[in-house]
Design a protein around this ligand. Structure first.
Ligand code: HEC
Length: 189
């Protein structure tokens, strides 16, 4: 017991008589070097500010079959050049129809002629897919929009129609395009 008391006494004296801060056991943990994003650093031999993505990195929103941006020019170029990589066959059309009924029908109606269950005035101008008169931004009416125009509209949206890129994969979008093209020929009258 006595010995314990003596030890405690020595420890007390030592700690009180030490004027500096306590000993840092792992200083790197207390004083981690904080770097600014994209700031200079000397971690890498080439001292580049930012690192390049590793080989094979895929950019967010990258599409392997469609490389047009959201602009009007992107839309027009897509209409001219984009090609649907999927075959127009029964299986793809059936899938397209299912996806259409989940993602489009509530606004565009079962046959693409409007009249979906969403009837808020903001969506009152839903165009009929088979309308052949009024010219759209591609300078052709709805029933002549090409697969690239339709894919672009699904991907980036248009005014009251929001973009669907986060809900639908590239493949799913092309399937819907096939089905919308069917509806472009559908006569709702
Ligand atoms: C919330 C309602 C809504 C949903 C959901 C919706 N649309 Fe639309 N869509 C619209 C409206 C409104 C327009 C007309 C926009 C305009 O002309 O200002 C439109 C326009 C379009 C156009 C014409 C675009 C152009 O280039 O002229 C296409 C094609 C189209 N939609 C396809 C689809 C497809 C396919 C889906 C499902 C993936 C879909 N839409 C989902 C409301 C919707």
């Amino acid at each position: 017991m006595n010995r314990l008391l003596i030890l405690a006494f020595i420890a007390l004296i030592c700690s009180c008589s030490n004027p500096g801060p306590g000993y840092e056991f792992m200083p790197n943990m207390y004083r981690s070097p904080s770097l600014e994003t994209y700031g200079q650093n000397n971690f890498f031999s080439d001292s580049l500010n930012a690192r390049k993505p590793v080989e094979g990195t895929i950019a967010r929103n990258y599409l392997s079959t469609f490389s047009y941006d959201a602009s009007l020019q992107g839309y027009l170029d897509a209409g001219k050049n984009a090609v649907n990589p999927l075959e127009n066959n029964e299986a793809n059309l059936e899938e397209g129809k299912k996806l259409y009924s989940m993602f489009c029908k509530h606004c565009h109606g079962e046959f693409g002629a409007g009249g979906g269950s969403i009837n808020h005035p903001i969506y009152s101008a839903v165009p009929h897919y088979n309308a052949g008169k009024l010219l759209r931004r591609a300078n052709v009416p709805m029933n002549q929009l090409k697969s690239g125009h339709i894919f672009h509209a699904i991907t980036y949206g248009l005014n009251a129609m929001g973009p669907h890129s986060s809900q639908l994969s590239e493949d799913e979008r092309w399937k819907i395009v096939l089905y919308v093209q069917e509806l472009q020929n559908y006569n709702a009258e």
